[in-house]
Every structure is written in structure tokens, then in C-alpha cells.
Design a protein around this ligand. Structure first.
Ligand SMILES: Nc1ncnc2c1ncn2[C@@H]1O[C@H](COP(=O)(O)OP(=O)(O)OP(=O)(O)O)[C@@H](O)[C@H]1O
Ligand SMILES: [Mg+2]
Length: 348
């Protein structure tokens, strides 16, 4: 009798039956250009629960002070902290590579960094992920990400100066992809693709999903701040008044939308170009567009998108998924649902 094998099996069984210590809650912290959004998530039966949340505007205050205020409200004490960077200096590539284990991929792709990214390989941090690990095809779909070192180092410094320790840094669009995958509408394997556009204050981020997995991502440098500027110019008001009109246009809606015509059209053109590119490359059509981010809340904007793109366009509320439990005590977070996609994706 092989006693060693028997003993190993016994240990395995004991290990399986031993109660596991609960995973520490995770706080996703989205440092946007308009505000910092943070949400603490913890495991709950059949999914994940919102424990605490906070939003702190960045107008008239510096990021470090706003981050400290978030810390006071969420009482950081041992939770895992995750944040993201975005924009110029970050890049994501979706590539098909011969199937191999993740450890082998990690060792091999770094020799080809200059092939994938237009950055000096010494100036970036990179990572990779296999998007279809269960698939048995000879080829696999891989996500490669690169970020300029100084952007990550700056984030680490900011948190350190606020007395906090970050566990991970990722890219906004990866966080949105995480959130959309778990908290998005159930995407069936229809052969068609879905697009998500997160319209923030300074920029927007477009992603294309197929079979619940992200396939394409790009940043478009048009955001909702630009709409405010256009409203101010067209209606002859100052920026604070223009911002107020953007949030509640009332009977001036037609004038507000007309003032925003140019930036909205730029977004539409860029979305169309990306969808056409994806269609040509992969022969897959995008049949629905979901909007998130505070900028998506401009009244009437989704109708303009739908009319010009010839697609159904919906505002995506990540708090409506059955996977995420939102206790009634979480109160007002529902009012900010469109803005919490990135923070939730980081927490997940
Ligand atoms: N109800 C609303 N109607 C129109 N615009 C809105 C509304 N609510 C918020 N916004 C706009 O959304 C923007 C903020 O959105 P969000 O919080 O997603 O941006 P951010 O994450 O701070 O910015 P970025 O992602 O560019 O760094 C602001 O420009 C704000 O004016
Ligand atoms: Mg944002």
C-alpha cells in the first residue's frame, strides 16, 4: 500500500473541509477628473454585496485631500485597495496567439513588447490575461496591457502620501470590462457583439464585447466637460451656469443639445469607425450600444446616438444586476449608478 499517497489524499480532504478565512473586502477607487468614486465590496451568498461607498468631487480641492476624505468615510482598515489609470500612456491590445499556459505566455510575450506597444519597453509596466482559458482551440485570445511606469508610480505615491497602501493598479477600460461582464445585461452567444461607451468628464472609453468577453478597447478624448464649454459659448452663460443647464436643461433642452452637436458628433464618428474596423477585422456586427459614465446622463443624448448609429442605445445601470446586492441602507448610490462602473469593476 502506498501510505504517502494515502496520507496526501487525507491532507487534501482535511484541507477541503477546513473552513477558509473570509477574503478581505475590496475597495475599488476610481479617481476621475470630476470626482473620486469608491465602493467597498464583500462576498455575499450567491454574489457580492456593496458594503460602503463614497463620491467626492474634485472641484476646488486637490486629489490627495479628496482621497483622505474618502478614507474617512470608508474607514480603510485592511481592505484590499485597487485603483486604475487611463488615457495617454495606457494601451490595451487584443491578440490571437498559439495556446499555451499563462506562465509560458508571461515568459514569452515580453520579448515582443515593441511589436505590440509603441512605447520603449523599459518605460512601461505590462501584464497579460488569457480571455478564453476554457477553450480548446489551438489559438487563444489574449489581452495585453501596458502602462507608462510614471503613471503607476504617481498613483502609488499619491496613495502613500494619503497614508494608504494600494494592492493593484489597472486600466479604466479593464475595470469597465470586469463590471460589464458581471453586472452587464446577460449577453448570449448570439454571434453579435455589444459596445459599451463610458462618457466621463475628460474622455470616453469605448469597448466591444463578444460572448461576454472584451475584444476591443479605445479611448476617445471627448468628455462631458467639453459639452459644458460648448453650452457656455452657445448660450452666453458662465461655466457654472452651463453645467447646471447640462444637468437640468428643462425647456432649454433643444438649445443645449444643439450646442453639444459637435462633440456628440465626434463621439458618434469615432464609435462608427471603431465598429466598422471591428466588423472588417472579425466579421462581427455590433447590434447594441450601452452607455455609462456621468456624461451619458445628458437628456436626449442616447436618442441622438441611436438615431445616428442605427442601433438600440441604452443607459447601463451596473447596480441593477442580480449578482450585486445593494442593501437598502446604501441609499443614494442609486443616484450615481452611471458613474460607478469603473469603481465597481475595480472592486470585482
Ligand atoms: N445628470 C447629468 N446630466 C448630464 N451630465 C452629467 C449628469 N451627471 C453628471 N454629468 C457629467 O458627467 C461628468 C462626470 O462623469 P464621471 O463621474 O463619469 O466622470 P469622471 O470619471 O470624473 O471623469 P473621467 O472618467 O473623464 O476622468 C461631469 O462632466 C458631469 O457634468
Ligand atoms: Mg471616469
Amino acid at each position: 500500500m502506498d501510505y504517502k499517497k494515502l496520507f496526501d489524499q487525507y491532507l487534501l480532504l482535511v484541507n477541503r473541509l477546513m473552513p477558509k478565512p473570509p477574503l478581505p473586502p475590496v475597495i475599488g477607487i476610481d479617481i476621475g477628473t470630476s470626482s473620486i468614486k469608491a465602493v467597498e465590496l464583500a462576498r455575499a451568498a450567491g454574489g457580492v454585496e456593496v458594503r460602503h461607498w463614497a463620491i467626492e468631487p474634485l472641484t476646488g480641492t486637490d486629489t490627495k485631500s479628496a482621497l483622505k476624505k474618502i478614507g474617512e468615510r470608508l474607514r480603510f482598515n485592511g481592505q484590499t485597495l485597487v485603483c486604475a489609470v487611463f488615457g495617454k500612456g495606457t494601451l490595451i491590445r487584443y491578440v490571437d496567439l498559439p495556446r499555451m499556459p499563462l506562465e509560458d505566455l508571461r515568459k514569452s510575450y515580453i520579448y515582443d513588447l515593441d511589436k505590440y506597444f509603441p512605447f520603449d519597453p523599459k518605460s512601461i509596466y505590462t501584464d497579460c490575461s488569457i480571455l478564453d482559458p476554457e477553450n480548446k482551440d489551438k489559438k487563444m485570445l489574449v489581452l495585453l496591457a501596458a502602462v507608462k511606469k510614471e503613471m503607476v508610480d504617481e498613483r502609488l505615491k499619491l496613495f502613500k502620501e494619503a497614508g494608504l497602501e494600494l494592492s493593484s493598479v489597472t486600466i479604466n477600460s479593464i475595470a469597465i470590462a470586469n463590471a460589464f461582464r458581471r453586472l452587464g445585461p446577460s449577453v448570449n452567444a448570439s454571434g453579435k457583439a455589444k459596445a459599451v461607451l463610458d462618457i466621463g468628464g475628460s474622455a470616453s472609453c469605448l469597448m466591444i464585447f463578444k460572448d461576454s468577453s472584451p475584444r476591443f478597447a479605445r479611448d476617445i478624448f471627448v468628455g462631458s466637460h467639453e459639452l459644458t464649454k460648448k453650452i457656455a459659448n452657445a448660450l452666453g452663460v458662465n461655466e457654472a451656469q452651463a453645467e447646471a443647464l447640462k444637468l437640468a436643461p428643462g425647456e432649454k433642452l433643444a438649445q443645449v443639445l444643439e450646442a453639444c452637436d459637435m462633440p456628440i458628433n465626434t463621439l458618434i464618428t469615432e464609435i462608427r469607425l471603431s465598429m466598422d474596423y471591428y466588423m472588417t477585422e472579425k466579421n462581427v456586427q455590433v447590434d447594441e450600444l450601452f452607455l455609462s459614465g456621468g456624461g451619458s446622463l445628458l437628456k436626449g443624448m442616447s436618442d441622438v446616438f441611436a438615431k445616428n448609429l442605427g442601433l438600440p442605445v441604452k443607459i447601463w445601470n451596473p447596480l441593477e444586476s442580480g449578482y450585486l446586492k445593494v442593501p437598502a441602507a446604501s441609499g443614494e448610490i442609486q443616484n450615481y449608478a452611471a458613474q460607478f462602473g469603473v469603481a465597481l469593476g475595480l472592486g470585482l
